[in-house]
Design a binder for this molecule. Structure first.
Ligand code: GLC
Length: 554
């Protein structure tokens, strides 16, 4: 394949969150690898090109698997390495590319490396694999600096030394159980090269790199106070502006790029077109684009796009900004509306007020409109996203129009954010509720036993895949039709040309031979004459209602 035509440049990639996708074996109420294998045909029918599977590695599951205790194995909760190989083979047999999750910023505190660090004296090689520091204060009783954990509370925890006395502190930008690795250590670099080779050798098509902006910290670990309007990653909300906001000393350090150049070279040693995808909460887009320079990663999640409200001017600006910023380094733009860390877009796009990443919504949240209104907007927004050139990411369940589950009982919540903020931030459980497959089966088809690690709400059956399949007006059929047309009209490799003559509250552009018009305003928009290829709302004829998107052939 010629350079510039690699599969990932235009792919639609479906995120599987294993614990909530489907349970194929056992009766724990947690999804597993066998469950994914059995359900892959549904994703082929949906029309995606690839899957990205969130972590399934051995883990105490303090952060739903993003606390890895062994990078080269499968947690018995999810199956075995043989199950993994079977899944990968099946996916490839069905023509799906397969991306795994890599978590290099931190390990679990149960990882053998961290256990060795704890058991070893200060200043030892084992300690040097993590970020240990002496505390401040007379007796070292204060944390080494003022950094806060993304999940709330201090980013430092003090250890008891092998001699039984309170001693050094270790850094954890996330939960206490997720100590940050020291990427100044050559030994850490070598371990991760080996981990990449382990999975590449098994045949994976790439890695989604967790917290890809966090690995290097500023020398001296200086104090930092995030701006007042920061999201939970410590970043300001306005991602679209091109002014570079201050860089927190724990994110987006220039020195991080050498790591990805190194990994790029590791990937090059394998035949095929493997991909590194950055989960990097970096602003503005022109800075994020440094992660996808030709000798670094292939893609970066476009969170600036995700964080936009349903507002035509803002969306147009971010589309232009994304195409320009990624285009400037020869990378495809990516698009994403939902993932396992944010409020599902079938709820988020209708919320009133700010709901930054990771904060979540729950029973006490205000400004949560009804589900039908949110779904209508989500369908319109999805129909815009899937018409854009580049690569689009879908999060499991969005094709069913699933809303955020707001009324989870407090006792069921498992995201560490909930406990670490003393119940101030609900966190991310509401977007992680196990999927409904069959309206009339136990656990809506998620598990044979009827178990589900987070409770499914009583209205889940209405969203079940089998209830939507074949129903022309359903969200599932809208996604299928959009993905079919995206492929047949080659929208993934097209060019956006904005069309004039529409109200400023509408988005109107052409891509290849398709004209896309989205109405984000409150007034009707008259449609031009043409063949209706797709509408996010059934019954659209020549008038475009608010919160509706159409694809036309003019
Ligand atoms: C990433 C993951 C998130 C996890 C965090 C710490 O942001 O997407 O789920 O909690 O990293 O690993």
């Amino acid at each position: 394949m010629a350079v510039g035509s690699e599969w990932w440049r235009s792919a639609v990639i479906y995120q599987i969150y294993p614990r909530s996708f489907s349970e194929g074996a056992g009766a724990t109420g947690v999804g597993d690898l066998a469950g994914i294998t059995a359900r892959l045909p549904a994703l082929v029918e949906l029309g995606v090109d690839a899957v990205w599977v969130s972590p399934f590695y051995p883990s105490p599951q303090k952060d739903a698997g993003y606390d890895v205790a062994d990078y080269c194995a499968v947690d018995p909760l999810f199956g075995t390495l043989a199950d993994f190989d079977a899944l990968l083979k099946e996916a490839h047999g069905l023509g799906l590319k397969f991306i795994v999750d890599l978590v290099p910023n931190h390990t679990s505190d149960q990882h053998a490396w961290f256990q060795a660090a704890l058991a070893s004296p200060k200043g030892s090689d084992d300690r040097d694999h993590y970020i240990f520091r002496e505390g401040l204060g007379k007796a070292g009783e204060l944390p080494p600096n003022n950094w806060e954990s993304v999940f709330g509370g201090p980013a430092w925890t003090r250890v008891i030394e092998p001699d039984g006395a309170p001693g050094q502190w270790y850094l954890h930008l996330f939960d206490t159980s997720q100590p940050d690795l020291n990427w100044h250590s050559a030994w850490v670099h070598e371990q991760f090269r080996e981990i990449l080779r382990f999975w590449l050798g098994r045949g994976v098509d790439g890695f989604r790199v967790d917290v890809a902006h966090g690995l290097m910290k500023a020398p001296g670990l200086p104090d930092y106070t995030p701006p007042v309007n920061a999201n939970s990653m410590g970043l300001q909300q306005e991602l679209s502006s091109d002014d570079e906001p201050p860089t927190p000393p724990y994110w987006a350090q220039d020195t991080v790029h050498a790591i990805y150049r190194d990994w790029h070279r590791v990937l090059e040693q394998y035949p095929g077109e493997q991909v590194l995808v950055a989960e990097a909460w970096v602003e503005p887009l022109s800075k994020l684009a440094r992660w996808v320079r030709p000798d670094e990663m292939q893609q970066a999640f476009n969170f600036a796009y995700l964080e936009n409200p349903w507002d035509a001017t803002a969306v147009r600006e971010i589309i232009d900004g994304s195409l320009a910023a990624f285009g400037a380094v020869g990378a495809p733009s990516t698009w994403v509306l939902s993932n396992h860390d944010v409020v599902r877009h079938a709820t988020r796009l209708s919320l009133v007020g700010d709901h930054p990443q990771g904060v979540g919504v729950g029973p006490a949240s205000t400004g949560v409109p009804d589900r039908a209104f949110g779904l209508r907007r989500a369908r319109a927004a999805t129909a815009v996203m899937l018409a854009l050139p580049g690569s689009a990411y879908l999060y499991q369940g969005e094709e069913l129009g699933l809303p955020e589950v707001i009324d989870l009982p407090d006792t069921a919540r498992q995201d560490p954010t909930w406990a670490r903020t003393h119940h101030e931030r609900y966190g991310r459980d509401g977007c992680r509720v196990p999927l409904p497959w069959e309206a009339h089966a136990p656990a809506y088809g998620f598990s044979d036993s009827g178990q589900s690690w987070l409770p499914q709400p009583p209205y889940w059956g209405g969203y079940a895949r089998d209830a939507q399949a074949g129903d022309e007006g359903s969200t599932l059929e809208l996604y299928r039709a959009a993905l079919r047309l995206r492929a047949s009209e080659t929208l993934g490799t097209g060019i956006v040309t904005w069309l004039e003559g529409y109200p400023s509250t509408a988005l109107a552009f052409s891509n290849a031979n398709v004209t896309v018009i989205a109405n984000a305003g409150r007034e009707h928009v008259m449609l031009p004459k043409g063949e209706l290829l797709l509408s996010s709302q059934p019954g659209t004829v020549d008038v475009l209602e608010p919160d509706t998107t159409v694809w036309l052939r003019i």
